[in-house]
Design a protein around this ligand. Structure first.
Ligand code: GAF
Length: 392
């Protein structure tokens, strides 16, 4: 599976298309993955903890540098001709198309003082768009890594992630946290990434479900979501309000043991209280999942994942009927645990299952969606895969 969606064939195809478009060999080909998040949702913009792993699905970019100030962009996934812009004309908020992601990275690099003087770029991605699986971060990170190599910038994965987040926050205008870009840049095959989003310190946690007879399924509900829409930003602003009311820099600073006292102090602020409760309990769930995985008790993470979903549904209120149905059906049909993953309001759920239950669970979810009159979900297995890398 991973060969067809991230391997040599994809690298060859983007290289050939690059030659057709730009009349020369690309100087290289790079790949950056999408992700699922195992646990730690809506904690990253609260300086908290997350635990994503990389999907085998990647954005792949064939790229050459240019020294004449011209940036040319093309995507195999968009029916549009090559877009050409001058790098010194790049300005936040001016581009409402897909090109804002790669152009935003060039803008962020230049704004940080890196003398990026242009590039020819052809992109192709197998990360499902709008499915909560970080297709945008994959696009950003693959371009950042390519330019880092071609301009010999020597930036580390977490530094590229910060630049990509800035591109998305300022240039694209989506107020996302740092998880997705760091996952795409820093994940390792066979591992989940335990990340402290305050200082970006990280630990690779071995996560080989197949070896233990389990699988992790992704259920893409095919309900599209978008972070530029207001609800994500509203949750973020209300979390910041909660931190201010409680006199801390970020909600991460409220210890789990101090949650009841914090909720009491918030008094009548019901909406903020619910958000605070989610963030503080979610950070604690990340801790618990790390401890369980490190002690070899992998099956025991299931109920923690399911509890995370309830918190996102009831307290943070970012789920939707399709995600709830996927989770409830999977758990009722014998999954070890299930939850929505990513920002929510649509997108995907993950299901932790015994390998022997995969077919039955997939059928149960598909049947439940058909009965509810929802679109047929896309269900596939997610194997922890490599982070961003040069492939040619
Ligand atoms: C989206 C954002 F991009 C991330 O930064 C994170 O906040 C996530 O939603 C929720 O955990 O994927």
């Amino acid at each position: 599976m991973s060969e067809s969606i991230a391997g040599e064939a994809a690298a060859k195809a983007v290289g050939e298309r690059f030659r057709e478009l730009y009349g020369a060999e690309p100087q290289g080909v790079w790949a950056a993955p999408g992700r699922v998040n195992l646990i730690g949702e809506h904690t990253d913009y609260n300086d908290g903890f997350v635990m994503p792993f990389a999907l085998p699905h990647t954005a792949v970019a064939a790229v050459s540098r240019r020294d004449d100030g011209v940036l040319r962009l093309h995507s195999a996934d968009v029916a549009a001709p090559v877009v050409e812009v001058a790098v010194d004309s790049l300005a936040p908020g001016t581009d409402k198309n897909w090109t804002a992601y790669p152009a935003g990275v060039v803008w962020a690099l230049r704004e940080a003082g890196h003398a990026v003087t242009g590039a020819d770029i052809h992109l192709a991605s197998t990360v499902p768009a709008g499915a909560g699986l970080s297709s945008s971060a994959a696009l950003e990170v693959v371009v950042a890594l390519a330019l880092d190599d071609l301009y010999a910038l020597g930036l580390r994965g977490w530094q590229l992630a910060r630049l990509c987040q800035r591109a998305e926050n300022v240039y694209v205008g989506a107020p996302v946290g740092i998880m997705d870009q760091t996952a795409s840049a820093c994940c390792e095959s066979g591992h989940a990434l335990f990340l402290d989003t305050r200082d970006l310190s990280q630990r690779q946690i071995p996560f080989d479900l197949a070896a233990e007879g389990m699988r992790l399924l992704v259920v893409d509900t095919r309900v599209k979501h978008s972070h530029s829409e207001g609800e994500y930003g509203k949750r973020r602003a209300d979390c910041e309000k909660g931190a201010a009311l409680l006199g801390v820099d970020a909600l991460r600073d409220i210890p789990y043991a101090g949650l009841d006292a914090a909720l009491e102090r918030l008094g009548e602020e019901e909406e903020v209280r619910r958000l605070v409760r989610h963030v503080v309990t979610e950070d604690e769930r990340v801790d618990r999942v790390v401890a369980l995985l490190e002690s070899g008790d992998t099956r025991a993470i299931g109920p923690v994942l399911t509890a995370g979903h309830a918190s996102l549904r009831d307290d943070f209120r970012v789920s939707c009927p399709e995600l709830d149905l996927a989770v409830d059906t999977a758990v009722a049909a014998g999954a070890l645990g299930a939850r929505m993953t990513g920002g929510g309001f649509g997108g995907s759920a993950i299901v932790l299952a015994e390998a022997t239950d995969v077919d039955a669970l997939t059928k149960a979810v598909e049947n439940a969606f058909a009965t509810a009159g929802f679109k047929t979900p896309r269900v596939f297995e997610a194997v922890p895969s490599a982070g961003a890398r040069r492939v040619r």
